[in-house]
Write a protein that binds this ligand. Structure first.
Ligand SMILES: O=C(O)C(=O)C[C@]1(C(=O)O)C=C[C@@H](O)C=C1
Length: 273
């Protein structure tokens, strides 16, 4: 299978992609940005492995927003620990490269450093920019990358949260879902599309889950972009769609709202698929 993920080599996304069905030796394609990874699904690639949520920074908005436009199917989730170091080509850098999500996970370090931040599309791109730099510069780089000889480590363990972790999803265009095994812990995800705003839209929908004793694991709103006050909701919950409580909840929800079904998949443990 051809798996698209965020490159260049060295990203956390590449680490996560390597943990998906490692015995099957998938062909991992490293692309320049998250939207290219998502857009390649069902075209040049069979699936994409993309970050969806970070323990401290929350949801990765370009991924959630893409799913509103094109509801791909979640086949699996992968959780990995995420740590950072600051590398530099000088003891007195004047600027720092940081990936846009990573910067939000190293806020207090960046604040103390007080340097102008140049955002990049990936952590490996930050390192590449530093390696090519002529001016005194620094970059936030994943902890698993060894410091190249021409650089020095300015600081280690710079993430705000020492237990920092990111959750990735494997997305495909296929409608099949992983085979249901009763004794596993399953999760499911859907998008509630706000195209019929009315009082009680959210509370009525949440009550459907409560009535069936379904535990929600996350709920995040994204602006619909039409007018202030219109939001889509990305909802994760425990359970598989073939379980009777989940099946009735989905039926009831679909009768009330426009739902994009995103799939049922085994809940991940950290560092394993
Ligand atoms: O740049 C990388 O290394 C990535 O894989 C992307 C990404 C993300 O966008 O969330 C993945 C994990 C970390 O949360 C920081 C960056």
């Amino acid at each position: 299978m051809k798996l698209a993920t965020l490159g260049p080599a060295g990203t956390f996304s590449e680490v996560a992609a390597g943990l998906f069905q490692p015995e099957q030796n998938h062909d991992i394609q490293l692309l320049d940005n998250l939207v290219s990874c998502l857009a390649s699904v069902g075209r040049e690639c069979d699936a994409a492995v993309v970050p969806i949520e970070n323990l401290t920074e929350g949801f990765v908005s370009p991924v959630v927003d893409y799913l509103v436009q094109r509801p791909l199917r979640i086949q699996a989730e992968i959780r990995i620990p995420v740590g950072f170091q600051c590398l530099s080509n000088s003891t007195k850098p004047t600027q720092i490269w940081a990936q846009f999500v990573a910067a939000g996970q190293c806020n207090s370090y960046l604040h103390k450093l007080g340097l102008p931040i140049i955002h990049t599309a990936s952590n490996a791109a930050s390192l590449q920019a530093l390696l090519a730099a002529e001016e005194a510069s620094a970059a936030i780089v994943p902890h698993h990358i060894s410091c190249p000889e021409t650089l020095q480590i300015l600081s280690n363990n710079i993430a705000d949260n020492p237990r920092n972790e990111t959750r990735f999803v494997v997305l495909s265009a296929a409608s099949e879902e992983p085979e249901y095994r009763k004794d596993e812990h399953w999760k499911s995800s859907l998008l509630l599309i706000d195209d019929n705003d009315h009082p009680g839209l959210l509370v009525d929908s949440l009550q459907v889950f409560a009535k069936q004793q379904i535990n929600l694991t996350s709920i995040v709103s994204r602006p619909a972009g039409s007018q202030f006050g219109d939001y889509h909701f990305f909802i994760d919950f425990d359970g598989h769609r073939s379980e009777p409580g989940v099946a009735s909840a989905l039926e009831e929800l679909a009768a009330m709202n426009n739902i994009h079904w995103l799939g049922s998949y085994p809940a991940a443990e950290i560092g394993k698929q």
